[in-house]
Design a protein around this ligand. Structure first.
Ligand code: ATP
Length: 261
């Protein structure tokens, strides 16, 4: 369980996150929605250690993790997908996955001289794991393709695959659907659901595609102007007056349009 209490993040005098409080239950796929500029990405960045909060507190399983650096959170199983380096375009998808864990024995001169067998064993294990991840994501056929040559949606899948190489526990996904076609978005959605159900991953998902949110997320949290307006099922969120107001404030004509923002 992650609990965020009264989080504030200011840029100059501007309160991008303005006293946000919320909780993320272990084992959930929590959706984070809200109009443009609501503070969703800033909230993500503060929880994930990318930005320092101005004030407030974040705890994970009761431990204070406020302001911890991304690599400390990474070791606790919490990661925001872009914390893992973007793909190396000239390397294959399999090799990209094999790069993730880092700290392999082969990286030191000492090991290059004396640890050949251990390095070979590690590489075999990493390769097997990478292949298992590609198979899970139903993209085994991309194993030997250069990562720079796969589509944007396939890169998102690869990004998800990287989280599997380190057995993440809590993954923050920011607009995973942006620019991804419907078929691949469904594949990404399937993978998220399976990782959640079969491997116990917790996800927090920022997404503007309400079909995607509806299919995956319960609960849904809605933010506007740096504050959390409501938390509940998507149906509850859509019926919430403050939420409707917030979306209307962005120029929408009627509440049905909340569903398509
Ligand atoms: N580094 C920054 N410096 C100054 N202002 C910033 C910075 N980052 C974000 N903001 C401002 O904070 C507000 C919240 O931005 P944020 O990106 O968190 O919103 P969002 O809900 O993720 O929006 P979107 O859905 O459009 O991505 C915006 O008004 C944005 O311009």
């Amino acid at each position: 369980m992650i609990v965020v209490e009264n989080l504030v993040k200011t840029f100059g005098g501007f309160r991008a996150v303005d006293g946000a409080s919320l909780s993320i239950a272990e084992g959930s796929i929590t959706g984070l929605i809200g109009p443009n500029g609501a503070g969703k990405t800033t909230l993500f960045n503060v929880i994930a250690g990318v930005l320092q909060p101005t004030s407030g507190r974040v705890t994970m399983q009761g431990h204070d993790i406020t302001g911890l650096a991304p690599h400390d959170l990474f070791h606790r199983g919490l990661l925001r997908t872009f914390q893992i380096a973007h793909e190396f375009p000239s390397m294959s998808c399999r090799e990209n996955l094999m790069m993730v864990p880092g700290g392999q024995s082969g990286e030191t001169l000492w090991n290059t001289w004396f640890g050949r067998k251990r390095i070979a064993d590690e590489e075999r294990a990493l390769k097997a794991k990478a292949d298992e991840v590609l198979d899970f994501l139903t993209v085994s056929h991309l194993a030997d393709h250069k990562a720079g040559q796969i589509s944007g949606g396939q890169k998102k899948l690869l990004e998800l695959g990287r989280t599997m190489m380190v057995d993440a526990k809590i993954v923050f996904l920011d607009e995973v659907g942006a620019g991804v076609n419907r078929t691949l978005l469904n594949t990404i959605g399937d993978a998220i659901i399976r990782l959640n159900k079969e491997r116990g991953y917790t996800f927090v998902v920022i997404e503007h595609d309400m079909d995607f949110i509806e299919r995956l997320c319960d609960p849904v949290i809605c933010m506007a102007e740096g504050k959390v307006l409501a938390q509940g099922t998507l149906a509850e969120i859509k019926a919430n007056e403050q939420v409707i107001e917030a979306y209307l404030g962005t120029g929408l004509k009627n509440k049905d349009q909340v569903a398509t923002v």
